[in-house]
Design a protein around this ligand. Structure first.
Ligand SMILES: [Zn+2]
Length: 321
């Protein structure tokens, strides 16, 4: 049984798109921060929070809120203000899907946090960040994993998976098997060229295989087979793409979109590799990539040049070894 309070919160959300203004901005801030809060399903306790161009998730549990990623440094108060529309319970658990210089988790802005989960490589990277120095070291992940990790039970069960370097070397796929929802953070930021941070151990060449492994391995969970039906995932929440103007947020990206993103990543990397193997220039590779616009007219290709350059340098590094 769910607590009635949860449903009350959901109904409230279904009525309007809520936004919560942050506390007065500090001098160095760009201005007031506002977080958009959306329910993903009126009968459920999982919500999307959007701010600063990012999408994160919040699971309102009985004992506290589980945040899947944070909106970044300075966004804690606005995130809390948005959560206040749902619950007075504190954020007790944070899952960090990855970390790099441009993506510093704001765990320390949620002082009641007791459990922080991340891939072991992400923890190692966070441990070197100034944001987690001194007293803030207690906000480093205290539960890490290399391949998979599960938390919570029943309808709230969350599974974390890692399939190798892609956006960084510590990316986590976050799956809610019973809700049919997967959250990929920057692994699937948008229907656009995948972004790789080589300084954080990411790999452009490995990206398609990582996505393919995810499609292969997390589309089926024997323990959640219901009757004769094989459970498949329906919905995929991207890390940055702007959600449609819709409440609740039901019709958005799906597992089929993740399959298409995987095919796009495969075609993208193949086009760059072929240009490199033929001894052609980076400009030629960029031209080959631009040709993908015919097959993927809805994909943003503006970051294609820099992504192609990165794959070129990965190929050069491999050749030099
Ligand atoms: Zn990132």
């Amino acid at each position: 049984m769910r607590a009635p309070a949860r449903f009350a919160a959901c109904a409230l959300l279904a009525a309007a798109v809520l936004s919560a203004a942050a506390a007065p901005a500090r001098a160095q801030d760009d201005g007031p921060r506002a977080v958009r809060l959306e329910t993903l399903d009126v009968s459920d306790n999982l919500y999307l929070l959007r701010g600063g161009g990012k999408n994160i998730l919040a699971l309102v549990g009985f004992e506290g809120v589980v945040l899947i990623d944070t909106l970044g440094p300075g966004w804690g108060p606005a995130t809390r203000a948005a959560l206040d529309n749902l619950t007075a319970l504190p954020v007790t658990t944070i899952i960090n899907t990855h970390a790099h210089d441009g993506e510093i988790p704001a765990n320390h802005e949620f002082p009641a946090v007791t459990d922080v989960l991340a891939h072991e490589n992400t923890r190692a990277r966070m441990a070197r960040m100034a944001a987690f120095g001194g007293a803030n070291a207690r906000f480093l992940p205290n539960r890490t994993f290399s391949d998979t990790l599960a938390l919570l039970d029943g309808i709230d069960r969350i599974e974390l998976h890692h399939f190798g370097p892609a956006h960084t070397d510590g990316d986590a796929f976050v799956v809610f098997p019973e809700k049919g929802i997967a959250y990929l953070g920057d692994l699937f930021a948008a229907t656009a060229v995948p972004q790789v941070d080589p300084g954080a151990g990411g790999s452009g060449r490995g990206y398609p295989d990582v996505l393919a492994a995810a499609l292969d391995e997390i589309s089926y969970f024997p323990e959640f087979v219901r009757g004769p039906e094989v459970r498949t995932f329906d919905r995929v929440v991207p890390g940055r793409q702007e959600p449609p103007d819709q409440t609740p947020l039901l019709d958005w990206l799906t597992w089929a979109d993740l399959e298409r993103y995987t095919a796009f990543a495969r075609d993208f990397v193949a086009a760059v590799e072929q240009a490199h193997a033929a001894g052609r220039s980076l400009d030629d590779a960029s031209a080959a990539v631009a040709a993908l616009a015919d097959a993927y007219p809805d994909y943003a290709l503006d970051a294609a040049g820099s992504a192609a350059e990165m794959i070129f340098s990965e190929l050069d590094d491999d050749a030099g070894r």
